[in-house]
Design a protein around this ligand. Structure first.
Ligand SMILES: Nc1ncnc2c1ncn2[C@@H]1O[C@H](COP(=O)(O)OP(=O)(O)OP(=O)(O)O)[C@@H](O)[C@H]1O
Ligand SMILES: [Mg+2]
Length: 340
């Protein structure tokens, strides 16, 4: 058996003169959470749309579950679920009715469908809201329904296009927990697009950084960050409850000290080089009877990685793109033809 869920070969999509996805070669392993991280317009959604068979490549190929996305698109659709950027749900229908409607499009037998809907609603803690109209829900509640909608057909491969965009912190963390659980318990392969560094870092086994349609780096979050850290540098944030100017001066004088910056009354941000840097910092403070309330390593963020590779900042998304509407099927609602 192929251990890859997805393999792309020079996958390319052009819109007239614009190359939205530019000769992308990636392998997504079975059971992996793979992140596509990039700024607005990088080509993330276009990649997902090709891998979902919603649009064809202009050049190159890809297989999903071993099936060709163009020649065997029907087979591909049987394996996948998609949570697209835009929610496609009917405000005037209840949570249950919405799910049932989409389940019917998948030709899932009624009894199985009922069982699955109830099970999934419980998993996202929405069982109390089964009979309420979607139009009365908060964005976070709607997104939970939107996510489980993509799971009605029990997909092997799940695409999540910016699943937490525009959600409140509580819903964001619940959706992230759910994604992790789904991956751990069902071994679902997940491809997630995001421009939130934290999200990619928290959830993904590997991250492909995409900029202007090109994959500019691909590795585990830890390795990507290592790339930026460069050399053997330790960065820590230490909280010394009885911090004195003498302690700060001693830390600055350490032979391997690079920088010491004080924040507030008791916090120091310290960078030092060498294998013993961490011990040296702790020893220097303790020798002066400093009481260390906490000490934590400050890793470079994926944001630093993006800056390092592309030479530009990746600004956070501010526009809310999440929306629902009543009526009409967008491309995201395209059903797979099958019976289960
Ligand atoms: N149907 C289309 N016709 C023409 N241009 C398009 C079309 N779809 C996408 N594009 C362009 O392709 C580029 C990549 O768009 P895409 O939506 O894939 O980016 P993205 O990484 O998903 O961005 P975002 O973070 O804003 O969702 C953009 O420049 C976009 O304007
Ligand atoms: Mg997008």
């Amino acid at each position: 058996m192929d251990e890859n869920a997805i393999v792309t070969k020079d996958l390319t999509k052009r819109f007239k003169d614009l190359v939205a996805v530019d000769h992308v070669n990636i392998n997504v392993k079975k059971g992996e959470i793979f992140g596509l991280l990039g700024p607005n317009g990088a080509g993330k959604t276009t990649m997902i749309r090709m891998l979902c068979t919603l649009t064809y490549p202009t050049e190159g190929t890809a297989t999903v579950g071993g099936y060709d996305i163009v020649k065997e698109d029907g087979k591909v659709r049987e394996l996948i679920g998609l949570v697209s950027e835009k929610m496609i749900m009917y405000d005037r229908l209840t949570a249950y009715e919405n799910l049932k409607l989409f389940g019917k499009l998948y030709n899932i037998p009624k009894a199985t469908l009922d069982e699955r809907i109830n099970h999934l609603l419980k998993l996202v803690h929405m069982e109390k809201w089964t009979k309420s109209q979607i139009g009365t829900f908060s964005t976070g509640m709607k997104q939970r329904i939107n996510v489980i909608r993509a799971l009605l057909n029990v997909p092997e491969i799940l695409y999540l296009d910016e699943p937490t965009l525009g959600l409140d912190p509580q819903s964001t963390s619940e959706i992230r927990e759910f994604i992790k659980k789904l991956n751990e318990e069902n071994d679902t392969t997940i491809i997630l697009t995001t421009h939130q560094m934290l999200e990619a870092d928290m959830l993904c086994d590997r991250v492909g950084i995409i900029d202007k349609g090109k994959i500019v780096a691909l590795d585990t979050p830890a390795n990507l960050k290592r790339m930026v850290a460069g050399g053997n540098v330790t960065s820590v944030d230490v909280n010394v409850t009885n911090l004195t100017p003498e302690m700060t001066a001693a830390l600055k004088d350490m032979r391997n000290s690079i920088s010491v910056v004080q924040e507030g009354e008791s916090h120091l941000l310290i960078r030092a080089s060498g294998d013993d840097a961490f011990d040296d910092i702790v020893d220097t403070i303790r020798q002066r009877n400093g009481k260390i309330a906490s000490i934590k390593s400050l890793e470079p963020s994926l944001e630093d990685v993006f800056l390092h590779i592309t030479g530009k900042e990746m600004r956070a998304e501010v526009t809310k793109k999440v929306k629902t509407y009543d009526g009409g099927h967008g491309p995201g609602s395209r059903p797979a033809r099958r019976g289960r």
